[in-house]
Design a protein around this ligand. Structure first.
Ligand code: CTP
Length: 569
């Protein structure tokens, strides 16, 4: 233990903390108020904070408040477990509520290294002790949950890893969803070694294609059955001297996972044959998944990547979790300080699309209101009861439409997006598209699609309000040139049962109606090739929609009659 200890008060600024850290060449400072240790602040946090323009922010806003302490009587084995297992780089030593000293992780590492070098035997004992992570074998569970194809593939990854001398892990959302018993077969692999080399070896041995990104050390492996696996290389840089660590490999995956957003996404499963199915939990991810908590790994998580604010809310609502109290405070702080404003339009748009792609985006948007997030998109955008009701309707309409099992493809997010911007005027929609850095094509789809839907609604409403019964061909004419997204949005937005019935009629009966006669048939009947053919086909389509023709013969007679009159309906 080191004594005396340099400390800082929680009301001091990050800049002041930085000065002390630099002057005394320290990496971490205990934060002490009225003689009690209430947090820890590290050089890394201070430097990053300063980099992000936060030098005047208070230490208390960015200090770590979840940490362990020891007493002068704590056995070294416990100290070792805390430093390595919980990744705590400074342990305050407390006696009778007073800070009497500190123990640094580096010092513990040094002691361990000396111990390890003393005898070979002790090294192997040490390596067999999972001091650095909680581990659990979930081989059986994996076999139960994964389709044979996935299970087999994971084993192959482990075997190829062994052949190349790499440790290989399945990580991230794939593991999280396994524990949550969800279906997610987007396999993410992290390799302690060269990820690209592993992918290349896979390409040699199995039928698959690979795409590599040398700069990032990542690769995508595409299998003929559509399965896609992302392979990444774990970063190696760990502590000052990696050789001092008990197992360099584990430290490497640990650092890779440490960079991630939430504890629930930091779980890994080892795939090498001798340890296949070992779940590795460095940061308490299993506990948080069990307790349904969204928790960041460190206090600058949202400063480093503000998109995580949206991710936290999306995951919270998707899985029925709760964002942890401390993490909620960090979000509020990030919003208050205005970090989200620094996000580029493209990144905000991607997050928004991910939210609107969720199975039920409504609760995510409601939660976004709690955190006051709407004005980052556009100052006029807001979430109220009307928006909520519209989103509910969109959800119903989409569920109805999916049950029709039509071949029609559509983008779910866009329908919800129309719902979100329903409160905005035309010019404001343009401003929002600009803010979200939409390309011209998307801008057009948004602006025109929404406008056309609103105009078509007005047109149909004018029939209803004047008691007109539109012909089937008239319904077709109004709806056919609109995108599926616009039509579904209309269906959700309207309060008129008749409007809904017309759109439903379009999807279920009208949209695929085609004349039986083709252009070549018409030429045979004596229609001149050129624009007349198109006119004739349009006339036939209209007659068929309005059920004036049923058989092929009806169509021929219809054409002959129209030809005789030389007019097309
Ligand atoms: N990640 C992160 N910070 C981000 C985005 C991603 O740390 N801003 C990390 C997360 O740990 C995540 C991994 O990168 O597990 C992969 O990202 P992504 O594919 O978006 O996450 P999933 O968890 O697979 O999300 P989803 O289930 O929505 O696909």
């Amino acid at each position: 233990m080191v004594y005396p200890v340099k400390t800082i008060e929680s009301e001091r600024t990050l800049e002041e903390a930085g000065e002390i850290l630099t002057r005394y060449n320290l990496n971490i400072l205990p934060v002490v108020d009225d003689g009690k240790v209430i947090g820890l602040i590290s050089k890394q946090v201070v430097e990053k904070g300063e980099y992000h323009g936060l030098k005047n922010s208070l230490v208390k806003e960015y200090m770590t408040t979840e940490f362990s302490v020891v007493s002068p009587d704590t056995p070294f084995s416990r100290v070792q477990a805390l430093v390595i297992g919980q990744n705590q780089s400074l342990l305050p030593v407390i006696e009778q509520n007073r800070l009497v000293g500190t123990i640094s992780a580096l010092e513990v590492m040094r002691i361990l290294q000396t111990e390890m070098m003393k005898s070979e035997k002790e090294v192997s004992v040490y390596e067999s002790q999972p001091l650095y992570a909680r581990k659990k074998v979930i081989f059986k569970f994996m076999k139960e949950r994964f389709p044979e194809r996935i299970h087999h593939l994971l084993m192959e990854f482990g075997k190829v890893g062994d052949d190349l001398g790499y440790s290989v892990y399945a990580v991230g959302g794939f593991v999280r969803d396994l524990l949550l018993r969800g279906e997610n077969f987007d396999v993410d692999i992290v390799v302690e070694g060269d990820g690209i080399r592993l992918a290349e070896e896979f390409e040699k041995r199995f039928s698959c294609r690979i795409r590599t990104h040398k700069k990032f050390g990542t690769a995508i492996i595409l299998f003929p059955d559509g399965l896609k696996v992302d392979v990444a290389t774990a970063r190696w840089e760990v502590y000052d001297s990696p050789a001092a660590l008990p197992t360099v490999e584990s430290a490497s995956i640990k650092m890779d996972l440490y960079r991630r957003d939430f504890t629930m996404n930091t779980l890994a499963i080892q795939l090498n044959p001798k340890a296949f199915g070992e779940l590795i939990d460095f940061f308490g991810g299993v506990k948080d998944v069990k307790e349904k908590v969204v928790r960041v790994l460190h206090n600058l998580s949202f400063v480093e990547d503000p998109t995580r604010v949206f991710r936290a809310i999306r995951f919270e609502q998707r899985f029925g979790f709760q964002i942890g109290k401390h993490t909620q405070n960090l979000i509020k702080n990030a919003v208050k300080v205005g970090f989200l404003e620094r996000l580029s339009g493209g990144r905000i748009l991607s997050e928004l699309i991910l939210i609107l792609h969720e199975e039920t985006p409504l609760p995510v948007l409601k939660r976004m209101k709690d955190f006051n997030l709407f004005h980052f998109f556009h100052h006029k955008l807001k979430w109220d009861e009307q928006a909520e009701a519209l989103f509910e309707q969109i959800h119903h309409v989409i569920s109805w439409f999916d049950l029709l099992f039509l071949e029609e493809r559509y983008e779910r997010w866009l329908i919800y997006f129309y719902g979100l911007i329903d409160i905005l005027k035309d010019g404001e929609i343009g401003e929002l598209c600009q803010r979200l850095a939409m390309n011209e094509k998307l801008k057009k789809r948004v602006k025109e699609g929404k406008l056309q839907a609103d105009q078509a609604l007005l047109q149909i409403f004018s029939w209803i309000s004047t008691d007109q019964q539109p012909k089937r061909s008239e319904i077709y004419k109004i709806l056919d040139h609109l995108s599926t997204e616009s039509k579904l949005f209309m269906m959700a937005k309207t309060t008129q049962i008749s409007t809904r019935r017309y759109i439903s009629l379009y999807f279920t009966q009208l949209k695929d109606v085609k004349p039986l006669l083709k252009g070549a048939d018409l030429i045979q009947i004596g229609i001149q090739s050129g624009p007349s053919i198109k006119k004739a086909l349009n006339g036939l389509l209209k007659a068929r929609l309005d059920e004036q023709v049923i058989t092929r013969q009806d169509e021929i007679e219809y054409i002959q009659k129209a030809q005789g009159m030389e007019t097309w309906p």
